[in-house]
Design a protein around this ligand. Structure first.
Ligand code: PAJ
Length: 283
């Protein structure tokens, strides 16, 4: 049986363990998560293991990135199963602070990112989201002192926000990105997929199918605006309410009009029933 990884819940215990890693001159990688781990998260852990001797996985459902009407209370929590899969992967340390540890009484500091965080994508629908993410990611990076930190392309705008945050604050960490891990039918793996009913789950792969189809057409020279209009209509016909389907510059996330303005990333967010799904692909 795999050894149970060490689970640490206080900043002082975390600092002692990180100091031991540092004393042994072991490169440290951090994989920040909100738990409910799936194969996408595990791909991040494997990428971390390829780059560092010591791998820390943080599991913290961060309340500050949820709006009051969002799913903080129902967000899937599968801590025992998470520990078991991380044990099988030989994770060195699990950082699982409580809300009170991360945000003690009197906590009064917030990082409010701009640039990619105000691109008019997720931020237009979740205005509170990136300040919550930037603040918690900055805390996690300062707490764990990793040499590398691993993020998924699944949350593409988040990845760009984190990369900008690290550059802007001169945080001494390298950000590594990992391509989106998908189900066999193309649906991007996500903890929130657990919310989907059977019939919604059957429809959900449409998102990736439309993205792939749009990317193919744009690559062949079709008019970007027209391709996106048709793609958006196909997503709505399948039963989704579309938040956005956009073609953006892959690095700056600025709007683009023709394929020549690229490299292009196509990004989508859409709701089906109670579930909001996001996905993206490169062109
Ligand atoms: P969470 O949604 O748990 O995702 C943790 C990390 O896993 C993120 O970097 C995300 O992009 C990556 N990920 C999720 N699904 C993936 C998939 N199918 N393929 C590849 N990577 C995937 O993102 C967050 O948590 C939080 O915002 C966090 C960064 C932890 C801050 O609270």
């Amino acid at each position: 049986m795999a050894r149970r990884p060490r689970v640490v819940r206080t900043v002082s215990a975390l600092r002692r363990t990180v100091a031991r890693f540092r004393a042994a001159h072991e490169p440290i990688a951090l994989v920040p998560t909100m738990g409910a781990l799936h194969a996408g998260h595990l791909a991040l852990v494997r990428a971390a293991q390829r780059r560092a001797d010591s791998v820390i996985v943080s599991i913290f459902v961060n309340p500050t990135q949820f709006a009051p009407h969002e799913d903080l209370k129902t967000y899937p929590q599968t801590f025992a199963a998470d520990i078991a899969v991380l044990a099988a992967l030989k994770t060195d340390l699990i950082w699982a602070p409580s809300v009170e540890t991360m945000y003690p009484a009197g906590f009064a500091t917030r990082i409010v990112p701009e640039g990619p965080a105000t691109a008019g994508l997720e931020d237009a629908f979740r205005p509170h989201f990136f300040a919550g993410v930037a603040t918690v990611v900055a805390k996690l990076l300062i707490q764990c002192e990793p040499d590398v930190a691993v993020f998924g392309e699944k949350d593409y705008q988040q990845l760009k926000v984190v990369a900008r945050l690290v550059r802007d604050l001169d945080l001494p960490v390298k950000i590594i990105s990992v391509p989106t891990v998908r189900e066999n039918d193309g649906l991007a793996m996500a903890s929130r997929n657990a919310y989907l009913s059977e019939s919604e789950r059957a429809v959900a792969p449409v998102l990736h199918r439309v993205l792939a189809d749009c990317a193919g057409k744009i690559a062949q020279g079709a008019l970007v605006a027209r391709v996106l209009d048709e793609g958006g209509a196909a997503i709505e016909r399948a039963g989704f309410t579309l938040d956005y389907l956009e073609a953006r510059h892959a690095e700056t996330l600025k709007p683009i009009e023709t394929a020549d303005d690229g490299p292009i990333r196509l990004l989508v967010a859409a709701r089906i029933g109670k579930t909001r799904l996001i996905d993206n692909v490169g062109v």
